[in-house]
Write a protein that binds this ligand. Structure first.
Ligand code: FEO
Ligand code: CA
Ligand code: CA
Length: 650
């Protein structure tokens, strides 16, 4: 739903945190010479040049990997593909893209079949693969064994659990007659179609993949019982009228060093509304974008839990990172409050000095980038029977104009987060994470989406998909319709520290329309999903809003795509193009680099340039992947392989 996706563009950050352009202007007025402490990024910004062109490649990255006999070969060997506007998935010559687990696939083989007129009940949806596949991770069946041995076999790719988020639903496609008439049964079906799907998959003799039965297969959805942990768990605002249930708006995710899955709640605010259109939003509702009147999804019309008048506290149970143990089908998902309450895109887990570090972006125009550092080494915490994600420090990023940055702690009693300033305790700081970040002076960013780490260098990359936070050195375009990718290195290679150095990896876009675009290779816009494979190839997925796709700035860029980048040379090649109305997301792979799993999300969604699906014409935009005249589009995973069994991307 393009209307839905564009809601991320709305700014609900009123903090007035000083824009870096003001800082820079002040600096310029009192300096004669630019240099010295002013880094390359800022110099380029001040000179009006794209920062990425001015900054040299990081010396520590490598664009080649050792081949047989000590020879070195380039990271990328495939021939780039052109943009596409048709209704299929395209990959380079010599590759295959096979569809796996589309929406509605029964998670157990004896479960209810998917009905192509969308007449499955809410009860049936609860045991079928969810809607709108997003972030995902593949856990080989020997995951826990690998954790113990700290090594890992490279032949472990043949079977495991695919754990994926199902981000949101399409009211015109999920049920036979749409949502014009709202019933509790329909709302329940929507609630059971979001959340997380855990499903076993295995590689067949012919190299293709199939889903299989396993004791671990299950759905976690908006009505699954959940518990809270960490400093905000007992905050009175989390005590709502009904028992705590569910996760939804599950955008992307992370996998922890101890082999669990953390799903991130992003656009949860769009599910809360009020029957009373005169409802006056509270300050927190305004800050998180809950609007008075009917919500986008209309759940509150049949389920009082989502009516902000009937239960003003339920909203505080959303916006968290939620840990799920995929290898324990009875595990109750845990909302880890220490990681903050925002609109989390993903959570990238790393380790440093034995601690676990979780990076997460808050995807809305003008919001911030965060990291959590565990108090103890994660193995020590787990040895004590505690979660490493329950005790630690949450930080928010400030990007300085000289190419350096600082992680600012969000700790009750420190800086402005005092009782005198109205803060009650650490739970309060976490429930009102955005306010706390406003107070310490974090840097507003152009919609932070995925954060991922180059496994060869430890550098962190973030997609800033588009926005209007700038112009600042970190967000150099005033009206950033194309987005950019920024990266940083933690000082002294210590991810638990508070200083870092950053530069801009690429300013995306169509160079024929914007001279600032500095892509070395194929054009793309609105970067979103990221994945580094074990050899250091950076895979980039795009999510151009369906209100902009194929129009104006985006008229030459075709459907959403996945590209491959060499982090050192910055060369970028288009590898995959998607069907109509879809975004590409959820890139992950097997350890042997021979299989990539990619999600095709929301094919057939309303697209301004093409049309709008309705219950009477569900295929008005797309019929992917089934292309069945009596069916409807469905999101699905595709498995990318080289036909000769080689490493994907070479
Ligand atoms: Fe769910 Fe920001 O993408
Ligand atoms: Ca995304
Ligand atoms: Ca996006």
């Amino acid at each position: 739903m393009s209307e839905q996706l564009d809601r991320d563009d709305i700014v609900t950050n009123p903090s007035g945190n000083r824009h870096l352009r003001d800082v820079v202007a002040a600096d310029v007025s009192r300096r004669h010479v630019l240099g010295g402490s002013l880094g390359v990024a800022a110099v380029a910004f001040l000179a009006g040049a794209p920062a990425a062109q001015a900054s040299p490649p990081a010396a520590t990255t490598t664009d080649v990997v050792a081949g047989k006999g000590g020879r070195r070969r380039p990271l990328m060997g495939f021939a780039a593909i052109p943009v596409s506007t048709d209704d299929d998935v395209h990959v380079p010559e010599g590759y295959t893209a096979d569809v796996l687990i589309p929406w509605g696939t029964p998670v157990h083989s004896d479960g209810p079949r998917w009905k192509k007129n969308a007449s499955n009940s809410s009860r049936e949806q609860a045991v079928q693969v969810g809607y709108n596949h997003d972030g995902q991770h593949f856990f080989p069946f020997d995951t826990r064994g690998r954790m113990k041995s700290r090594g890992g076999r490279h032949d472990d790719h043949g079977a495991g659990l695919l754990v994926l988020n199902n981000e949101y639903t399409d009211p015109s496609l999920l049920t036979t007659d749409g949502m014009e008439k709202v019933t509790l049964e329909k709302v329940r079906k929507h609630q059971h179609a979001v959340g997380v799907t855990v499903i076993a998959i295995e590689q067949k003799k012919d190299g293709g993949w199939t889903h299989t039965d396993s004791a671990f297969n299950r759905r976690v959805h908006a009505n699954t019982p959940v518990v809270f942990s960490g400093p905000a768990a007992r905050d009175p605002r989390l005590q709502a009228k009904t028992p705590s249930r569910g996760t939804m708006a599950n955008c992307a995710m992370g996998d922890t060093p101890w082999g669990t899955y953390v799903t991130c709640e992003e656009n949860w605010a769009d599910y809360f509304g009020s029957a009373d259109t005169a409802h006056t939003p509270t300050e927190e509702e305004k800050r998180y974008g809950i609007e008075p009147g009917a919500s986008f999804y209309s759940w509150e019309k049949a389920d009082a839990r989502f009516d902000t008048d009937k239960d003003p506290n339920e909203q505080y149970r959303w916006g968290w990172c939620v840990e799920i143990d995929p290898f324990d089908p009875d595990h109750t998902p845990v909302k880890r409050t220490a990681l903050g309450r925002v609109k989390h895109e993903n959570a990238h887990f790393s380790t440093s000095r034995g601690r676990v570090v979780a990076y997460t972006g808050d995807d809305q125009n003008g919001e911030y980038i965060y990291k959590f550092v565990s108090r103890r080494p994660w193995r020590v915490a787990r040895g004590m029977g505690r979660s490493p994600l329950d005790e630690g420090t949450l930080y928010v990023a400030k990007f300085h104009e000289d190419g350096t940055g600082t992680w600012l702690p969000l700790v009750f009693g420190q800086g402005p987060l005092t009782e005198k300033n109205g803060w009650k305790d650490q739970g309060d700081v976490l429930v009102r994470t955005r306010r706390a970040a406003d107070a310490v002076g974090a840097t507003p960013m152009d919609r932070p989406e995925w954060i991922k780490e180059n496994p060869l260098t430890g550098q962190l990359y973030v997609t800033l998909t588009n926005g209007t936070s700038g112009p600042t050195p970190a967000n150099p375009r005033e009206k950033n319709v194309y987005g950019h990718i920024l990266r940083w290195t933690e000082r002294h290679d210590d991810k638990t520290g508070t200083e870092f150095d950053w530069d801009i990896f690429v300013l995306a876009g169509d160079p024929t329309k914007d001279p600032a675009v500095d892509i070395n290779g194929d054009a793309f816009g609105s970067p979103d999903g990221l994945y580094f494979d074990p050899e250091g190839r950076l895979w980039i997925a795009t999510d151009v809003s369906n209100s902009k796709q194929l129009l104006k700035e985006y008229e030459n860029l075709g459907n959403n795509a996945m590209l491959c980048a060499d982090p050192r040379t910055r060369e970028i090649r288009r590898f995959l193009t998607g069907p109509k109305g879809a975004e590409i997301t959820g890139i992950t792979g097997t350890a042997d680099r021979r299989n990539l799993f990619v999600n095709i999300q929301h094919p057939g969604e309303a697209t301004k340039a093409i049309g709008e699906p309705t219950p009477a014409a569900p295929q008005a935009v797309s019929s992917w992947p089934d292309h069945d005249p009596a069916g409807r589009p469905r999101s699905a995973t595709v498995v990318i392989r080289r036909k000769d069994g080689g490493i994907v991307g070479t």
